[in-house]
Design a protein around this ligand. Structure first.
Ligand code: SF4
Ligand code: SF4
Length: 463
């Protein structure tokens, strides 16, 4: 039997030739139930990605993380002066959640949710097919000598790729500066918004080169998640796998007995990373399910049951009993712990926090029998609600003895961080050994509710 070009060399990657040069992959189109499902998911994700920043709730984008202003908007709720720890907590929680998903469902993220897969499959490959034709035509064009037609096709394709990349990059930056602001910036000279302009240009170039040219190479050699996902997976994890019990010996291997695999190479031809799934689970597999649909269509034509390639796991393929596996529980527990810490911190940080900084110079001023202590009061307020507050002593008995004056009264909580001056005036006879610690309440003047409490030490002359 003559060697088929899809009979891959087991000694090297499908995307390299014998000299180590890159072999471009032109995956063939496929039809089937998994393709239909993925198409719906991809377009839903693209729709949300493009539309979400343009949905305004309470005058803020539905989702925006303005790093420069430390402002985070999430479906109508806005946090000001966002602490990096909040971003850290939600980021770590997300990582453990992905680890959980990987340990249960394998590389579901790669095949169904990763922007790399979503944009390449839904947009870049579609543009390529529109300009250059089906997989075979694209391969023929690549191998053909340069001609006017080839130049025109390539130039048109890269112009369209560039436009799409620019749009994706602008949307991405819109999540950080706000879409309306970004739109306004695009109508002005780039020199007026150098930082944003450079960010958009760098991102557009990265998207263009990655989605248009680098493609599967990113998944195979550059993606850190792709490198570590095998650590999170085990024989219980769901993977796209070839049922060797049923498929082997495949056609062309044995003359006596033949399994269901007819060695049509359809599963290899449609694979975006160019691998042969019949060689077992491989690092290059992004679980995109293309080979499932391809093989199912062959099985249907041969009037055999579908599922020769399917979502399964090693235990099922080996007909072994299910083993106990605590790994997913571990990942999801850690993820929830970080979410709980995030919620706790978020709640704590939406309450105003009081920081008293003693005034520069002498710790107190004494005139006749009155002592004055001056402080700068910082009020950190991350909540989206703006309201007036007043400060009072929490001990009612001390209210007669200690007078409080603030540079703003009532104080409007309308900024992430508010600074005011606060003066305490009192008679030295309330001091014990020259000091007195007093508790102060920050009170919502609309409702009378105490929204924060803080202790501060007042000082005067020693007896
Ligand atoms: S082997 Fe199948 S599931 Fe894996 S990347 Fe190739 S086509 Fe997708
Ligand atoms: S598509 Fe199915 S039948 Fe064809 S080579 Fe792949 S596993 Fe075998």
């Amino acid at each position: 039997m003559s060697k088929n070009r899809f009979d891959l060399d087991p000694e090297r990657l499908a995307t390299t030739d014998e000299h180590g040069n890159r072999v471009y992959i032109y995956p063939e189109d496929v039809k089937g139930k998994w393709k239909d499902r993925r198409t719906k998911v991809y377009w839903a994700l693209i729709f949300f990605y493009l539309v979400l920043p343009w949905i305004y709730i309470n005058e803020k984008p539905a989702l925006m993380l303005n790093i420069a202003k430390r402002e985070f908007s999430f479906f109508g709720q806005t946090l000001y002066g966002v602490e990096p720890i909040l971003i850290f907590l939600i980021f770590i929680s997300g990582l453990f959640f992905i680890a959980f998903m990987t340990s249960v469902f394998g590389r579901v993220w790669c095949g169904w949710g990763c922007p790399q897969t979503v944009f390449i499959q839904s947009i870049f490959l579609k543009i390529e097919a529109l300009i250059e034709g089906k997989a075979r035509a694209r391969l023929a064009l690549e191998q053909a000598p340069w001609s006017i037609t080839k130049v025109l096709k390539r130039v048109t394709k890269w112009i369209l790729f560039t436009l799409v990349s620019l749009h994706i990059a602008h949307t991405f930056v819109g999540y950080f500066v706000g879409p309306r602001e970004l739109f306004l910036m695009t109508t002005q000279a780039p020199t007026e918004h150098y930082g944003v302009f450079i960010a958009v240009m760098i991102l557009s170039t990265i998207f263009l080169l990655d989605f248009g040219w680098f493609r599967e190479q990113f998944c195979i050699i550059a993606c850190p998640y792709g490198r570590i996902q095998s650590v999170m997976m085990d024989e219980n994890s769901k993977v796209v796998a070839y049922d060797y019990n049923r498929g082997e010996p495949r056609k062309g291997v044995s003359n006596e007995k033949q399994g269901d695999c007819v060695t049509c190479y359809q599963c290899v031809k449609v694979c975006p990373t160019g691998i042969d799934i019949r060689r077992g689970t491989q690092m290059e597999c992004i679980a995109c399910t293309q080979c499932i649909d391809a093989c199912d269509s062959i099985m249907k034509r041969l009037k055999k049951p579908t599922g020769l390639i399917r979502y399964t796991n090693e235990i099922e393929l080996k007909n072994e009993a299910k083993k106990k596996n605590i790994r997913p529980y571990f990942y999801i527990t850690i993820s929830f712990i970080f979410v709980a810490a995030f919620i706790y911190y978020l709640n704590a940080s939406t309450k105003p926090q009081l920081i008293f900084l003693r005034g520069i110079g002498a710790p107190f001023l004494a005139s006749e029998s009155t002592i004055t202590n001056k402080f700068t009061l910082k009020i950190k307020h991350q909540g989206s609600e703006h309201y007036p507050v007043t400060i009072e002593l929490s001990n009612p008995q001390l209210r007669e003895s200690i007078g409080i004056q603030t540079s703003e009264n009532p104080i409007m909580l309308n900024k992430a961080e508010k600074k005011i001056f606060i003066f305490f005036k009192f008679n030295s006879n309330i001091l014990k050994s020259g000091t007195i610690a007093v508790k102060l309440n920050l009170k919502d003047t609309r409702t009378g509710n105490i929204v924060s409490t803080k202790e501060v030490t007042l000082v005067g002359p020693m007896d």
